[in-house]
Ligand binder design. Structure first.
Ligand SMILES: [Zn+2]
Length: 274
């Protein structure tokens, strides 16, 4: 009996799904299912069917990983049974926390990032711009992360007088199936900031960006769904197993999200005033 068959029968939890609504469902549909369903020719199918198919594709790549690392079968079984997002799933299995390859934990992390952004008080967000920028580092050195420090001279948090800067590092599969690190940031900045004159990397290269006129809930969701697109279907293909394996074991102890704030929320104001 093949290891895929053994793992399927002995360890795989058969989740049942029910529809759900809210930002996490939107993120799941836009970032995981939309492109995948197109590639698989199942766009016309109900989205819960698309989600089951997506889960199967991910699991097949994990079965290959278990086959390559049988000594880690126990911990990899947690990944296999990680609870999907955007729906209600039973049984309620625990999250594996490996957002480098786990699409569900990736969406959970983006959900947390969204909460950080919408936690900025509306009185600030309504009269601020939302800035999003993204750069890609091909074949990055392991354990070296590209984040700008909050107080770095010439860094975007300080130079753009940002109220909030959240930087995200996403290890991913890049062009020609090379290991790549996407460095994406979301900043809430005052109006009339001249972004193009202030946004450069350490080598002096301009960083591609997009500005939304206000940091509304809708714009925050749109910024996340337009910038955090990864090619999940390619990542799950058998021919890309090696890069999947590399991603699985990359940056295991690193926090891949950094946030700097330069505002006081009403609760903190109250506590400070006591
Ligand atoms: Zn997971």
């Amino acid at each position: 009996m093949s290891i895929e068959r053994q793992t399927t029968t002995r360890s795989t939890v058969d989740h049942k799904f029910w529809p759900n609504k809210g930002p996490q469902a939107e993120l799941t549909k836009k970032l995981l299912l939309e492109n995948y369903a197109k590639t698989q020719g199942i766009l016309q199918k109900p989205w819960l069917t698309q989600l089951s198919s997506f889960q199967r594709s991910y699991r097949y790549q994990l079965y290959r990983l278990i086959e390559a690392h049988p000594d880690q079968r126990r911990s990899l079984t947690y990944a296999l049974n990680c609870r999907p997002t955007g729906i209600r799933a039973k049984p309620y299995t625990i999250a594996c926390q490996n957002r480098r390859v786990c699409p569900w934990c990736f969406i959970r992390k983006l959900g947390k990032l969204r909460e950080i952004l919408v936690a900025v008080p509306l009185k600030i967000r309504n009269c601020s711009q939302l800035l999003m920028w993204k750069r890609e580092i091909v074949s990055p050195r392991q354990n070296e992360l590209p984040f700008f420090l909050p107080l770095q001279k010439g860094g975007p948090h300080l130079s753009l007088k940002a109220y909030l800067t959240s930087q995200l590092a996403l290890p991913c599969i890049g062009v020609q199936s090379l290991f790549c690190l996407a460095h994406i940031a979301f900043q809430i900045i005052p109006p009339n900031q001249n972004v193009s004159q202030k946004l450069f990397d350490a080598a002096g290269e301009a960083i591609p960006f997009h500005v939304f006129p206000e940091a509304s809930d809708e714009n925050i969701l749109q910024a996340l769904t337009s910038s955090c697109r990864l090619d999940w279907f390619s990542l799950f293909e058998k021919q890309n197993f090696k890069i999947f394996e590399e991603l699985y074991y990359s940056y295991p102890k690193n926090h891949l999200l950094r946030t700097a704030k330069n505002y006081t929320n009403p609760k903190e104001e109250f506590e400070d005033g006591k």
